[in-house]
Every structure is written in structure tokens, then in C-alpha cells.
Write a protein that binds this ligand. Sequence first.
Ligand SMILES: *Cc1c(COP(=O)(O)O)cnc(C)c1O
Length: 401
Amino acid sequence: MLHKNRLFTPGPTPLLPAAQTAMASFTAHHRTADFRALFQRVLADMKEFIGTKNDVLVLACSGTGVMEASVSNLTSPGDKVLVLTAGKFGERWTGLAKAFGCKVEVLSVPYGETFSLEEIRARVTSEVRAVFVQATESSTGARHDVEGIAKIVRAQGGASGSDTLLVVDAITGLGTTHLDVDGWGVDVIIGGSQKALMMPPGLAYCAVSERAWKWMDVTTSPRYYFDLRKERKSAAKGESAYTPATSLFAALGAALEFVRGMGKGDLAKGREELVNNAELCAEMTRAGAKALGLKLYASSPAAALTAICAPDGTDSSKIVKEFREAFDAVVANGQGEMKGQLFRIAHIGYYDYLDTIGILGALEHVLARVTDRSVAYGAAVRAAQEVYARAQSGKRQLVGA
Ligand SMILES: *Cc1c(COP(=O)(O)O)cnc(C)c1O
């Protein structure tokens, strides 16, 4: 059969056709009234997409750039920070904070798991300048309890006038997870264009609280391109400090219009719909995997992606390769030490019912070919169909809704 190349990776994700068209036809110079209008509209819409009243900045870099900016703008060398890590992206926080000379305390749990709030409570003291965590750990498919963590961080300190800040890498969390940024008191939340926004890589964004803006004036870590205060000043005038990625802004405008359409004209509602979509794709996928006798890698699975353990005695690299060769479907292997143990199927952004049923049908063939187990064709698809039918009949309780 002919093959269509399809990405099921947790970034980059499939592209929205309207975003591709918008990019391809965009030519405006960035210091013009036309571009300023687009820039201002996009920044205002991004607040709705994130669900915040805080100032939002969009920068030309990958997600890690804004992770770095949150460290360099909010800490000084020697500051004590707490990193909560449960995977490769948590480890990135540790590396970044060390690179900027922070005294890094690490609370880590084994890959696939999430944190106990009690252990976090014991570590968040008034000396901790900032807590860094992921909303969803894309390397393991785990979901972390951002609301619970935020409660702990917000409950501490205050007396010294320098509250501990909470910085959340929601690069795969935004658009896949219900997050109440302002209600929970998240100080910096970070996202990237190549995830739920259905665009190519190249833009990363963040929403920053007043508490965090104030703190930036006293921190002393070096920063120049990633000086968020400079970027904020320019944004207030409808511009970015340096040359923005103009065509990606055009794509972002189109992506936000698509999400608004999902909410029938209401962008905040569209964001909720996008999250519910990911939740349903994830629930169908989990049911399908379990019906084939496969185990999930994460104890508290995210809707962003499903990490599935390779069956005993099978290297997941073989599964990933077979998906590619038989169906031109790109699923992700495990990262680092997890390579060979698991494979990851994403639900971030532009995925629908047919994508989800299709990848589960393909999974049945892939398993039959690379393992010696007998596969009951239709088992995964059937389980997913039942989840979908229940959701349609309205009986289904939305996870996290
Ligand atoms: C994709 C991703 C990142 C960002 O990676 P970049 O390659 O720098 O865009 C960071 N954190 C998580 C959880 C991610 O999934």
C-alpha cells in the first residue's frame, strides 16, 4: 500500500495546513503597521490560549531557550533552587540551573513515576528561590500534579517579601492538560510552537507573573538576547526587541484562529476542546494498548502522550522501526537510558479520531511482526472504539475536567 508520512512524536507534531499556508505566503517587514497588528493580536490571543492575564512573550528559539531565560532572569549565582525531576526534561532543569551557578537541590523520582506532595512540602523552604518542574514529562509520559505543587509553593514564605517562585515547563502540557495558571499562582509557564500549537519548531513562549517580573530587577545572572524585561518593554509597543520570526508569527495567528474555531468563536473554550481532544485520544490509546496486553510506562499517564513498555524480550527500537517501515508512522523511542524499553505515541495538538484508530490498527500489525505473541486483530481498535462511543454518548467522565 502507499504510505503517508505521519508524525506521532511528542514534538514536532503534525502541522495544521492553515498554519503552513499562512507561513508560506507571509512577506511583511517586522517594523510595519501590518506586522504590529498581527504581533499584538497574537500576544493577546496567546493569553487566552494559555488561560492567563499575565503578560505573554513569544521568542524565536526552541523551548529550551525560554527554559534558560526563566533561569537567567529569575536567579542569581548562588541562589538555592529546587528541581523536581522525573525524566530527561526534569534533568534539563538541573543542567540549566547549574550552568547559571545556582545551588541546585534535586528531588528526583524514578522514570515513569511522579512526586509525592509530602516530599515536596518538606523541601520547599523560604530559602528556595524557585521551584522548577514539568507539567508533563515527555520522556516518560507522566503527568505531574501542578495544582498540588503550586499550593505548596504558594503556602510558604511571604514574610521575607521574596516568595518562592514556581516555574513550569508546560511545553507538552499546554493544550493537552487543564491548567489554571493564575488561579494556582504559577509564576512562569512555558510552551513551544512545535507542540500543541500545530506549527513547526522555532517559537517558544511564556506567561510571567507580577511577582516574577518584580524579582527580575534584583537578579544578577547574565542575560542579553533572553532579557525578558527588554522583550516586555518592546512588546508593550507592539514589537519584539530583535527581529521576530515573522512567518512563524503568521502561522501562530492561523493556529490560534483554528483553536478559536474549535470553541465556536471562543478561544478559551477552544483551548478546553483541544485539551479534551488530547484526553480522549490518550484514553483510547491507553485502552488499546492494555487490550493488547501491553503495560503503560507512566503510573500517572499524561494526555500529551502515551508511553508504552515494549513487551518482555522485545527491544522497542524494533517496534519504532517497524512502524516506520510498514506504515511510515513516526513514533518515538525511549530517550537516553530508556531507549529500547518503551515507545511513545503523542496526542499533542492536531490529532483526531482517524489518526488514533489508525495508529492502534498499525500497532496490532507491528506487534504481530516483531514479537512472537499471537495478536488478536481488532483488540486494540475495539477497545478504543468503546472508549470513543462512551465519550460520544456523554456518559464518559473526563479525566481532569
Ligand atoms: C519538547 C520539550 C521541550 C523543549 O525542547 P526544545 O527541543 O528545546 O524545543 C522541553 N520540555 C518538554 C517537556 C518537552 O516536551
